[in-house]
Design a protein around this ligand. Structure first.
Ligand SMILES: Cc1cn([C@H]2C[C@H](O)[C@@H](COP(=O)(O)OP(=O)(O)O[C@H]3O[C@@H](C)C(=O)[C@@H](O)[C@H]3O)O2)c(=O)[nH]c1=O
Length: 181
């Protein structure tokens, strides 16, 4: 596993070492010691999630204002464009975003620490998305930042209107959103 920096130092791309042979491939998708070395974060993951979405589905931008979750995300089928937005008021990168293509082919993972809103749009026919979280799902604390708030200005690599859940159609702008300290 190696780390690739992003424009937001706390958000890290992890690229596993893949061992291919005549049978197929093998790689360590998570190694606690290596994760801590590469991200500088000591965290305990408590939940694993798996979703499948059709082409053009956009899930996000989600966060929990209490029980904030760090998320280690990856794709095992298809391709998405994955985005993290810094919602920590005291951060030098407050309001900034990073985006990365995650796919079954590139096997990249993104570490999105607590304090960020997170979301993705599906670029392939469908995509299966897997992620580990550092705290439990807490619907009462769930929040949604508007995926297309001009004040954030995420450059989604799509030229169509994405398919959103009812919840995600009424995300709040950065100016109205609940934020972290
Ligand atoms: C996220 C989540 C949802 N659910 C349930 C609630 C609901 O009935 C159903 C679908 O939930 P949602 O519509 O919120 O699923 P989804 O839009 O996929 O939500 C996820 O989006 C990505 C971008 C994230 O970053 C995640 O943290 C999470 O917010 O699954 C759980 O039981 N546990 C969970 O951890």
């Amino acid at each position: 596993m190696q780390a690739i920096k992003t424009a937001i130092p706390d958000v890290v791309i992890l690229e596993p070492k893949v061992f291919g042979d005549e049978r197929g491939f093998f790689y360590e998708s998570f190694n606690a010691q290596r994760f801590a070395e590469l991200t500088g974060c000591q965290v305990d993951f408590v939940q694993d999630n798996h979703s499948k979405s059709a082409h053009g589905v956009l899930r996000g931008l989600h966060y929990q204002i209490e029980q904030a979750q760090g998320k280690l995300v990856r794709v095992v089928a298809g391709e998405v464009y994955d985005v993290a937005v810094d919602l920590r008021r005291s951060s030098p990168t407050f309001g900034k975003w990073v985006g990365v293509h995650l796919s079954a082919d590139n096997k990249r993972q993104l570490w999105v620490p607590a304090g960020f809103a997170h979301g993705f749009v599906v670029l392939s026919d469908s995509a299966e998305f897997l992620y580990k979280t550092t705290d439990y799902y807490a619907p009462a604390h769930e929040r949604c930042l508007m995926w297309n708030d001009p004040a954030v200005g995420v450059q989604w690599p799509i030229d169509f209107a994405p398919q959103l859940s009812a919840k995600d159609q009424v995300g709040r702008s950065l100016a109205e959103a609940d934020l972290y300290a």
